[in-house]
Structure formats: C-alpha cells, structure tokens
Design a protein. Structure first.
Length: 404
C-alpha cells in the first residue's frame, strides 16, 4: 500500500504476464513490398539470404586481373610484361582489363590497380608485386547464402530494406500491429490553437501518446476528448471496443472526485483489471482486459504517462508480438546518488555527457509527474529495478538513450 495512492500497487512484470495470458488479440501478418513502406515495421519471420553477396569475385579497383604468381618479382626496375586478353579464363602470362565491380575471370587471383601498370598496345607492364586476392571482393564476403539478415521481431531499418532488396526479395512478411486509439478525458483541457483561459491546460498528453505509438510503428487513431462524466467515458470505451484492439485513455486515473476513468472501466466488467502500477512516476495508471481487448488508462500528466508507456505498455507489446523495440544503451558514472523505494520500479530522466573520454550521468531533479522540461533537458533515462534501493554517486550504471 502507498500513502500517496491508497490501492495495492502491482509490479509491471506481473501485469505483463497476466495481460498477455488473458488478452485475445489476433496477431496477423502481411507481405509488404520491399521499399520505404517497410520502415519501422516488425519482421514476422527470419529473413534468410538466398544468395551470396557479392555473388561472384569482383574487382574492387580499376585495373588488370592476373595471376599473383606471374607478378611475384615485379618491380619498378624490372616490370613484368603480361599479354592483354579479353576472355573469361586467365592463363599464365595473361591479364584482363576490369572496372570496379566487374567479375574476376577464372584463373586470376589479383586485380592490379592501373596506377601500378603501364599499357603498351596489347601488353601491360606491371611495376608492383602484390599479395593474392589484392583488389578483389570475394564471393560471399559481405553476406553468405543462408545467413539471417533480418531476425523475427526485429524493427526494420533502412539498411534492412537495402539488404532485402540486394537479395531480390519482392516483399517481406511483417506483423500487422493491433489497431489502437487514444482519447483524453477532462473538462480542463484545451486543444492547441484555442484561446487560453485561466484554469485550463492544453492537452499535451494525448498528443504525446499518439506520437509515441506512431514512433513504435502503430497506425494509431485520435479519439479526441471526452468530458469528465462516468457515463460518457463508459460509452466511449464500449464504442471503441467494437473497433479497436488496444484503447488508451489519458487522465482521470487518480482518486479525486472528478477522476471517473477507472470507475467507468470497472462498469465494463473486465476479465482482468489493475489500478495502481508499482512504478514511479505513473502509479495511478490502470489496465484492463475486456472481451479480450486491452484498455490502458494513463495518467493525465505527460511525464507519468510516458513512464507508464515505457515500463508497462512497451514490454507488454514486445511480449505479445515477440518483437524488440530497443533504445540504444550506454554505461556511465553517476554524478549524484539516486535513492529508490524497494518494491517500486523507478524511471529517472538523466542527462549524459562525455568528459575526458568518460561518460557521466546527471539525474534531473523531478518535482512532479507532469514536469515536461525533463523530457527535453534529458537525453536518456535510467531504470531502477523494484528490488533495488538505488545507486550511489560515482557508481557505473546503464542508461537508455532517447536522443543521440
């Protein structure tokens, strides 16, 4: 129990295990053409190379293909003379002119750069002795047939698309992400562009959640805003359950008189519901499974909502789809102590920088779950596990980069 939040707090790991067991979301796949439309989608199968790259020994320089043993004693004082030919097999004393990328003829094991040679009609003088395979990109040197080039669950990046294209794949199988929608609750909310009025705030959290889901690769819909009315919120949930797999709401999750979201959620008679996450910030969050669909009621404060997304939703969707949505990670030394309450997973926004070749990590001071400035002042975050009491000043820790 928490003095600040009077309900039992459930660890993220338990929530993730229970929801992934109870939820019944159809996971489908589709084959998307190998182009920019694949970007940020998640591969539903291992993609395996069907050919070597390069597919043959190729010239890495402009020059002459020959046998290395024929120029073993070549020098500026005593050049070796080779006969210039144009055929697919090179014999003793012969060479063939090649441009970069050309296939190396059989029998040749070296491509001598032009600058080491002098052409004289049908002969080529070679002035340097070079080792075998010089100037040659060997078959399969880059990618071997049978090698996995995109792993199942991996987020597709531009280089994956280039590799798949180089293999000749017309399309790649990816997951169709669950249909998602986000709506906000609150009488105090204004839409950006509306004139500001005292006592009101602009609705930033809904847009943060929409943008987060878009960044993850979801084709997410904007459900707009609903008033602080338990029946209106319940009606909205019921309507969206018939159209979407995952529903997000923002606001109304605490214990105030006008916090109706969780009350409305309970009226849906969910198969599973938790109100109170054992995380900080983000304790008042709630999650439920209704008719196999997932409803996540996020805090109305942006920093708390982002913590709930990172610590609960992200690992949940990774488990449901068997995908990986990794932030780059880096080790650094803490500039001050970070205390933590046992039994609570805490997320600290931090700033990381390099000094004298070493990474230093400065925790940003947080005075409330709605402090937006930490999201732009910090370039990483640190997760303190629930079984930890924190980290000491000078201790080396691992952080997740959000800006690099």
């Amino acid at each position: 129990m928490s003095k600040e939040f009077p309900y039992t707090l459930t660890p993220p790991s338990k929530i993730i295990n229970e929801v992934s067991r109870i939820a019944n979301i159809s996971i489908e796949e589709e084959c998307i053409e190998t182009n920019q439309k694949l970007l940020s989608r998640y591969s539903s199968k291992d993609v395996v190379a069907v050919m070597d790259i390069p597919p043959y020994d190729r010239a890495l320089v402009d020059g002459y293909a020959c046998r290395s043993q024929d120029i073993l004693y070549a020098s500026a004082e005593s050049p070796v003379v080779l006969k210039l030919v144009d055929k697919d097999v090179i014999n003793e004393g012969e060479c063939k002119e090649l441009n970069t990328g050309d296939k190396v003829p059989q029998g040749a094991d070296i491509v001598v750069p032009r600058e080491y040679t002098l052409r004289n009609e049908d002969n080529v003088l070679v002035y340097n002795s070079l080792p075998p395979n010089y100037g040659i990109g060997l078959r399969g040197e880059d990618i071997r047939k049978g090698e996995v080039i995109i792993r199942r669950g991996e987020r597709i990046r531009p280089w994956h698309i280039a590799l798949a294209s180089a293999q000749g794949f017309k399309c790649i199988y990816v997951y169709k992400l669950p249909r998602a929608i986000v709506f906000s609750t609150g009488m105090e909310l204004l839409e950006p562009g509306e004139p500001y009025r005292d006592g009101m705030i602009y609705d930033s959290t809904r847009r943060l959640v929409l943008s987060y889901l878009k960044w993850m690769g979801f084709d997410v819909s904007d459900g707009g805003r609903v008033s602080d009315d338990i029946y209106m919120i319940e009606k909205m949930f019921r309507k969206l359950l018939s159209e979407y797999d995952i529903i997000f709401s923002t606001g109304g999750t605490s214990i105030g008189e006008r916090d109706y979201t969780v009350k409305a959620l309970k009226r849906l008679k969910p198969e599973y519901i938790v109100h109170g996450f054992a995380i900080k910030p983000g304790r008042p969050g709630a999650i439920a499974v209704v008719n196999g669909k997932i409803i996540i009621a996020l805090s109305g404060f942006p920093v708390a909502a982002l913590s709930e997304l990172d610590l609960v939703f992200k690992p949940l969707i990774e488990k449901l789809l068997n995908i990986r949505i990794d932030y780059p990670k880096i080790m650094g030394r803490l500039t001050r102590r970070i205390p933590s309450q046992p039994g609570i997973t805490e997320l600290y926004r931090v700033r990381i920088w390099i000094q004298n070749g070493e990474h230093f990590i400065e925790p940003l001071r947080l005075t409330g779950s709605g402090v937006l400035s930490t999201l732009i002042k910090g370039n990483a975050f640190l997760i303190v596990p629930e079984d930890s009491t924190g980290f000491e000043e000078g201790e080396k820790v691992e952080v997740h980069l959000v800006s690099w």
